[in-house]
Write a protein that binds this ligand. Structure first.
Ligand SMILES: C[S@@+](CC[C@H](N)C(=O)[O-])C[C@H]1O[C@@H](n2cnc3c(N)ncnc32)[C@H](O)[C@@H]1O
Length: 251
């Protein structure tokens, strides 16, 4: 293949009727957006002159909706193939408002202080270590404008794919351990293990509240997210499968 050959890759087929596998074993992209991603879409679109960032955008389920509403989006992902597919799916009339950022968050790129209006990190922070979570949140805080907002969504210990981990999590909670959601693939539903690598850091409401406050965010809204109709049956548990927050910078 010539070095100038066009980049070609294909989006995988929908898995178990509900979500699309990533190309780099970081789970799946959902086909629907949750209420916090919807808030990001609305908020970013109300500031079309200021860029907003989506971290871990994959094939663009949220980014493409935000662009269609008039937002100016910087779509980040560690895997350039995801972003190339996103760009292929972007309507021509939105392409001027889309910037691709194929780099690893948070260490491989930076923005000027106050440069961004909104940041969405949907189902990506649970792949990070404790240090990276705090470092990443502090960076986002500095990138946001004074009235900027962070929207964050993660999987919880009540994520059906890891239901075998729930007793371990509950025991850690009873003992008051920090970072009680760290789980390895042995606790994953075997049908999902081929789609994920390494360990995952699941967040409950206390962990997400603590880490957001520690990084200098004030929480406007935080709640568990029921994934019925969005995740396959095997990934559901009791309506607390994911958790989201909408935040502003605290003083
Ligand atoms: C589970 S998918 C999330 C897809 C989509 N946001 C959603 O909610 O359905 C996680 C995405 O995060 C990306 N990712 C993982 N680590 C990353 C990092 N350090 N920097 C940027 N993107 C990362 C992966 O490549 C993948 O596309």
């Amino acid at each position: 293949m010539s070095v100038n050959a066009p980049f070609q890759t294909k989006m995988p087929e929908i898995f178990e009727n509900y979500y699309i596998p990533t190309l780099n074993q970081t789970g799946f992209m959902t086909l629907e957006v949750d209420e916090y991603s919807q808030e990001f879409i609305k908020y970013s679109a109300s500031f079309p002159d200021v860029p907003s960032l989506e971290i871990g955008a994959t094939y663009g389920v949220a980014t493409l909706k935000a662009l269609s509403k008039g937002a100016h989006i910087i779509a980040n992902d560690i895997d350039n193939r995801h972003l190339e597919i996103l760009k292929q799916n972007c309507p021509e009339n939105c392409k001027d408002w889309l910037t691709l950022l194929p780099r690893s968050f948070p260490e491989a790129f930076d923005f000027k202080e106050g440069a961004l209006q909104a940041v969405l990190a949907c189902r990506v922070f649970h792949f990070f270590s404790e240090d990276k979570i705090l470092e990443g949140l502090k960076k986002i805080r500095s990138w946001l404008s004074g009235d900027g907002k962070l929207f964050i969504v993660n999987e919880t210990p009540y994520f059906g794919t890891c239901r075998a981990f729930i007793p371990i999590y509950e025991e850690r909670k009873r003992l008051g351990e920090p970072w009680l959601g760290l789980v390895d693939l042995n606790y994953f539903d075997p049908t999902k293990r081929p789609f994920v690598e390494g360990t995952v850091n699941l967040f409950d409401a206390d962990t997400l509240t603590w880490v957001l406050n520690e990084a200098g965010f004030k929480i406007e809204k935080l709640s568990y997210i029921n994934r019925t109709g969005v995740f396959p049956e095997s990934a559901l548990y009791d309506g607390r499968e994911s958790i989201g927050a909408m935040t502003v910078k605290s003083d």
